[in-house]
Design a binder for this molecule. Structure first.
Ligand SMILES: Nc1ncnc2c1ncn2[C@@H]1O[C@H](COP(=O)(O)OP(=O)(O)OP(=O)(O)O)[C@@H](O)[C@H]1O
Length: 383
């Protein structure tokens, strides 16, 4: 039995379907993030789990028990809000012990448990301060301590790190993981920031327009995105347009402006048919660069185009090149070699088994389908 089981969850606000038939499970001890662009329904899902919003349809079971209809305080769930919602007139210790007081826990025990939580979040000795006497990062820790002190089955987070600067945010990501492990609690974390979600989560639920796009580990989503939307939303991707000229059980022939290339069927979305216009997506790290003078450019079994290096940025062990290709406009390549200069002529290639091919559907894309029309019939986007 999953700790949290959500099925058919739907929320309508008048004519707007904010959450549309969403199903997911969270296992005991997992760190699961709900990731999606602004307005995709993430907070509404979280608020329904917390009990601040009632679903239009669907069920939410916590530890096997239906919780829809129960008030928030009767659910074994606490939430850390984006604005933290600390009481300004109470001390740090009183803030942390507030929920325990509501439950009738005696003062001495409240004090002791608050102090233990302060130690857990590494704020020993801060109990008598008020929230105004703390930095933003320290306030985050107090909010977390308050959500954990009564040992709930599940802690919900609604973008709590978004107000912190990058360095502090990265530090708090590490801290969240440490605290989750030490307290052995289950976390459900909402964010639109893929960097945070990829860094901290065991699994991710990707939402768009209220519906589930994909659920999986970071690796699942990165290596095998279920839709063009996920490919674009998780990490960087190059997209070139093409057409399926033939399709059978083993492979498709795809013409992306450089001749027909055989692509394994496993790389092609299930709904793609022969004759369809498609997006061919490839991650920058799967793109190779070669010196144009020493390579053949008429390969018929790989995607290949000549081009000119536009820019290079050094990224530790790799270099990221943007290349203006003859076939597809700008293509990004993340390669080990640091051998190419701006303005140099190169050949850009990638293997057919490294692409993901989706039926071209402009509405189903994070950028709304804005592409740059190119005179050679190919289209591309600058990532
Ligand atoms: N109480 C409400 N009344 C009417 N519409 C609402 C209400 N709450 C949310 N919505 C709408 O439902 C949709 C989903 O909102 P939600 O806040 O869940 O999205 P989100 O993915 O959390 O976005 P963000 O990242 O911007 O917080 C939005 O179109 C929003 O305007």
């Amino acid at each position: 039995m999953s700790l949290l089981h959500v099925s058919g969850l739907t929320k309508e606000f008048g004519d707007l379907v904010a959450v549309d038939d969403v199903d997911f499970d969270v296992e005991d001890g997992e760190f699961v993030s709900i990731l999606g662009p602004s307005g995709s329904g993430k907070s509404t899902v979280l608020r329904m789990v917390a009990g601040f919003e009632e679903p239009t349809a669907g069920t939410i079971a916590l530890e096997g028990e239906e919780i829809v209809g129960k008030p928030p305080f009767e659910r074994d769930v606490n939430m850390v809000f984006q604005d933290l919602a600390l009481f300004p007139h109470l001390t740090v210790a009183e803030n942390i012990g507030y929920g325990l007081k509501q439950q009738g826990v005696p003062k001495a025990e409240r004090r002791e448990r608050s102090e233990r939580m302060l130690e857990m979040v590494r704020l020993e000795g801060y109990g008598d301060r008020t929230p105004a006497e703390l930095s933003g990062g320290e306030q985050q820790r107090v909010a977390l301590a308050r959500a954990l002190v009564n040992e709930p089955a599940l802690v919900l987070f609604d973008e709590p790190l978004s107000s912190l600067d990058r360095k502090l945010r990265q530090h708090m990501q590490t801290e969240l993981q440490r605290i989750q492990t030490e307290t052995d609690t289950t976390f459900l974390y909402v964010t639109h920031d893929q960097e945070v979600a990829l860094a901290v989560s065991d699994r991710l639920i990707v939402l768009n327009d209220g519906g589930t796009q994909q659920i999986g580990t970071v690796e699942d989503l990165y290596e095998d995105p279920a839709s063009r939307f996920v490919a674009d939303f998780i990490g960087d991707v190059n997209t070139v347009t093409g057409r399926v000229t033939d399709l059978d059980d083993d492979r498709a022939l795809i013409d992306a402006g450089t001749g027909e290339i055989p692509v394994p069927r496993t790389a092609i979305a299930a709904d793609v048919a022969a004759g369809d216009d498609v997006d061919v997506c490839v991650r920058p790290y799967q793109v190779s660069l070669r010196d144009a003078a020493t390579t053949e450019t008429d390969a018929t079994d790989a995607f290949a185009s000549t081009g000119t290096v536009l820019s290079r940025s050094y990224q530790g062990s790799d270099s990221l090149y943007d290349v203006d290709t003859d076939a597809w406009g700008t293509v990004s390549a993340e390669v080990r070699e640091d051998a190419f200069r701006n303005g140099e002529d190169v050949t850009v290639t990638w293997a057919p088994e490294h692409v993901h091919v989706y039926r071209r559907d402009d509405e189903d894309r994070p950028d709304g389908g804005e592409t740059e029309d190119r005179p050679d019939g190919g289209e591309t986007e600058d990532e």
